[in-house]
Write a protein that binds this ligand. Structure first.
Ligand SMILES: [Zn+2]
Length: 468
C-alpha cells in the first residue's frame, strides 16, 4: 500500500539527538528527507498531502517495549485485544509495541510464538514485534532460542517469580543465559524472589491480611533487590547481557547502578506507574486498591526520586508500560477477600508518552531524554533502530505531531483502552498527540481514529544494539 508523498511543515523535530526546525518529507511508508523549514530545498518539495505542525513537536512514534495484550493470567485474560490495545496505543502516540508471546509449561517456544502470531495478525493498528516468555527451559527450548533469534524474536523473558506458572530456578536461568550469550539474544528478567514471596503471601492470608495493600507489603523491596543482584551475578557467570524489566525499588536501582559502574551489559526498565503512583494508591479503601495491583508492586513514594535519578543517569534506560489491563468489575474482583487472586497488571499503553512529557514539564527529564526513553532507546535495545525510534531518511514514517500545550484530564470516560478504569483518573497533563502516522498513513487525527485493524505488521528484530 502506498500513501503518496506527505510533507510535515513548520514543526520542531525532536529526536534523542537533536531539536531542529526542519520539515519532513515522506514518500510512501518511509521518511526520505529532512530540510530546514523555509529553505529552498524544503519549499521545492512536491507532495500529495501537507501536514502543518506549527507550534507542535514532530517526534518519532513511541516504542512501547513491554505490553501484554490478551495475556492469560490467574484464570482470566488481559482485557485489551491486539485490536483494541494497539488502537489505544496509537491514540497515545505509540506506533510500535513489543508484546510477549508465552511458552506454556510442556509446550515448545514455537507453539507459543505461533499462538501469539495468530492473535495479532490482521488485528493491529500499528506495527508490533514479539519477545518470548520462556516458562519451560529444556534442551529443546534452548535450541529453539537460536531459531527465534534468526527470525527476529531476539529477546527472552524469564521469571524469578510466580512459582508453578512462569518461574525458572537459577539453573534454568543460567542455561538460558548461556545460550543467549552464544546466539545474541537478550535475557529480560522479572526479578523478584517468588519462592520467598509465596511464603509471605501464605502468612499474610493466614493472619487475615487480605486487602490489596498487602500485595505491596509481601512483595518486599529487599526481595526485588535480592533477585536483581542474583540475576546480575548469573548473567556475569554466563557472560550474557541482562535487561531487568519493571524496576520499582530504590534498592534494585542501586544493584543496577553498581553493575553498570563495573561496565557490564546490564540494563534497567521502569514504568509510569512506579514514577507517578505509590502504595498510597494500593491502600485506597473499598477494594479500589486492586486497580493498582501489579508486580513488581507500587512502592512508597520515597522510591520515586531514585527512579527519576536512574532515568537521568541511565542506570534506568527505558520506560515501558507493562500494559496488562484487567477490568475492575469482573476481573480485579476475583481477588476480593484474597489479594493473591487479584490479576496482576495495570492499563497504560495510551498514557505513557503524555506522562513522560509531563515529567519533562515537571523538571525530571529533558525533552530529548523523553524521546530517548520512550522511542530511541527501546528501539535500539530491541533491534528496531533506525527503522523505529527516530526521524531520519530511511526510517519508517512513524511520526507523531505532538501539541505540547494541549491540556486534558486522563479518564476512563475518554480513553480508548478496553478497561473500565484509568490508573490516572482525574490527572491533568499538558501535551498530547494530535496526529499520528504509522508507516506514512495517518491513523489518528485530532481524536479521530483513521486507521484500521491489520494495518500494523509484524516487525522482525535485529539483536540488541547496545552490547559491547
Ligand atoms: Zn510484564
Amino acid at each position: 500500500m502506498t500513501h503518496g508523498r506527505t510533507v510535515i511543515r513548520n514543526g520542531l523535530v525532536i529526536t534523542a539527538a537533536d531539536e531542529l526546525h526542519v520539515d519532513v518529507l515522506i514518500d510512501g511508508e518511509r521518511v526520505v528527507a529532512l530540510a530546514a523549514t523555509g529553505s529552498p530545498e524544503a519549499r521545492a518539495w512536491q507532495a500529495d498531502a501537507t501536514i502543518d505542525a506549527t507550534d507542535c513537536y514532530v517526534i518519532p512514534g513511541g516504542v512501547d517495549a513491554h505490553t501484554h495484550m490478551e495475556l492469560p493470567f490467574g484464570g482470566t485474560f488481559a482485557s485489551d485485544t491486539f485490536e483494541t490495545g494497539t488502537r489505544a496505543a496509537a491514540f497515545g502516540g505509540t506506533t510500535t509495541i513489543v508484546d510477549f508471546a508465552v511458552q506454556s509449561v510442556g509446550h515448545s517456544l514455537r507453539e507459543g510464538l505461533d499462538a501469539w502470531h495468530a492473535k495479532a495478525q490482521g488485528n493491529c493498528a500499528i506495527d508490533y514485534a514479539f519477545h518470548m516468555i520462556m516458562s519451560d527451559v529444556t534442551e529443546q527450548s534452548l535450541k529453539e532460542m537460536d531459531l527465534l533469534v534468526e527470525e527476529g524474536v531476539t529477546s527472552f523473558k524469564l521469571f524469578m517469580a510466580y512459582p508453578g506458572v512462569f518461574y525458572s530456578d537459577d539453573g534454568r536461568i543460567l542455561r538460558a543465559m548461556q545460550r543467549s550469550a552464544g546466539n545474541g539474544g537478550l535475557i529480560m528478567m522479572h526479578a523478584e524472589n517468588g519462592i520467598a514471596i509465596d511464603v509471605l503471601v501464605e502468612q499474610a492470608l493466614a493472619a487475615g491480611h487480605t486487602d490489596p495493600r498487602y500485595h505491596g507489603e509481601v512483595r518486599r523491596e529487599l526481595l526485588e533487590a535480592e533477585a536483581t543482584h542474583r540475576a546480575i551475578q548469573l548473567a556475569r557467570v554466563a557472560g550474557s547481557p541482562l535487561y531487568v524489566v519493571h524496576v520499582s525499588a530504590e534498592q534494585a536501582v542501586t544493584e543496577l547502578a553498581q553493575a553498570r559502574d563495573l561496565g557490564l551489559n546490564v540494563f534497567g526498565e521502569t514504568c509510569p506507574q512506579y514514577l507517578f503512583l505509590s502504595t498510597d494508591n494500593l491502600a485506597e479503601p473499598d477494594f479500589e486498591g486492586a486497580k493498582y495491583v501489579c508486580s513488581t508492586p507500587l512502592r512508597p513514594k520515597e522510591h520515586q526520586a531514585a527512579l527519576w535519578r536512574g532515568l537521568r543517569t541511565n542506570d534506568l534506560s527505558v520506560v515501558s508500560t507493562d500494559h496488562c489491563p484487567f477490568c475492575f468489575v469482573g476481573q480485579k474482583d476475583l481477588g476480593r477477600g484474597d489479594f493473591s487472586k487479584i490479576p496482576n497488571g495495570l492499563p497504560g499503553v495510551e498514557n505513557r508518552m503524555d506522562l513522560l512529557h509531563q515529567a519533562h514539564l515537571d523538571g525530571h527529564i529533558s525533552r530529548r531524554r523523553w524521546i530517548e526513553l520512550a522511542c530511541a532507546t527501546p528501539a535500539r535495545m530491541f533491534g528496531l533502530y533506525p527503522r523505529k525510534g527516530t526521524i531520519a531518511p530511511g526510517a519508517d514514517a512513524d511520526i507523531v505531531i505532538f501539541d505540547p500545550r494541549e491540556r486534558y484530564t486522563m479518564s476512563a470516560a475518554t480513553h480508548h483502552m478496553n478497561v473500565d478504569y484509568s490508573a490516572y483518573e482525574g490527572r491533568q497533563v499538558t501535551g498530547r498527540a494530535r496526529t499520528v502516522l504509522s508507516r506514512g498513513a495517518v491513523v489518528v487525527d485530532r481524536g479521530e481514529y483513521l486507521g484500521h485493524a491489520g494495518h500494523g505488521t509484524f516487525v522482525p528484530r535485529a539483536t540488541c544494539q547496545y552490547l559491547h
